[in-house]
Design a protein around this ligand. Sequence first.
Ligand code: F6R
Length: 368
Amino acid sequence: EKGGHEYFMLKEIEEQPEALANSLRGHFSGGRVVLDEQRISDQDLRDIDKVFVIACGSAYHSGLVAKYAIEHWCRLPVEVELASEFRYRDPVLDRDTLVVAVSQSGETMDTLEAVRHAREQKARVLAVCNTNGAQIPRESDAVLYTHAGPEIGVASTKAFLAQIAANYLVGLALAQARGTKYPDEVGREFAELEAMPKAVEQVLSTVGQVRELGARLADSKAVLFLGRHVGYPVALEGALKLKELAYMHAEGFAAGELKHGPIALIEKDLPVVVVMPSPRGRAVLHAKLVSNISEIQARGARTVVIAEEGDETVRPFADELIEVPAVSTLLQPLVSTVPLQVLAAEIARTRGYDVDKPRNLAKSVTVE
Ligand code: F6R
């Protein structure tokens, strides 16, 4: 049942701390990150020289986030690709390629066909999946299960956060296999991940504020989302949620691209959601985004800023300010995504739509 909530999606948004905690539990033991199933030898894992993450929709966005962490930790090139594009363009794959297939349902046909193509080319496939015994993990060489629990809302929320955490565990497992991180560093990263359920719990205290904002933005024609670094995939995810739930035109952009085109879209009263990086972690990017927001505001747009608590520099430029707790840069998507989920759901509800069952969409897409 909806546990006293108006719609399942809100219940599932509030279950995110638990979804994260459950997805991390048991994956660090004896000083090492452990997967659920591993039919690849440690030696073969060590020899991996390239990573592809393949997925669709929100799962694809979780892969875009992971690229930043895996490249940084493992010094391996990571390409993130839509599963539906991957196998139709003759990707370069061999025994030393790791293909990470991310799928909540584990039954998405585009992703499954991409997995089959990768295995035919002798690549190693690791599945990140929320559904025990689904087809994608059954056809993979290694599996890491997320434990978000069953997701009823068609739009992914808790499974998405769990996918980000699981993708990070894949990165840590690779870093430990390759020796690009010392065991104690892997342990420290894992401990930081373990602190995230608490941080997400803290963001949930903004749900009331964000719902109220959603109700006020519900008659907008369009909404733009901007971010940089790991905030860029968060912007894409925020836009996808709004499209699928509120049937509203929404676009996510890398903020640095603004001046190369999208700034022409800025007009009076257009809501623009900006995902700020931490002023401590990425000071240079932070300064650039502050300047973006001031430009947007000067053109009359309505700025909705997601920023780290205590970030005073953004205040003058934020028509609406939503504060998230301070966490390290790579983990920021786990907190900054949450208000965007609530915003999309609440705009949809205010417009009178069924938040849990958006039109034309199915929970698992088993056709190509
Ligand atoms: C968006 C959403 C979809 C799924 C996508 C992949 O809210 O839920 O974009 O993320 O269809 O589904 P899975 O993860 O089951 O492969």
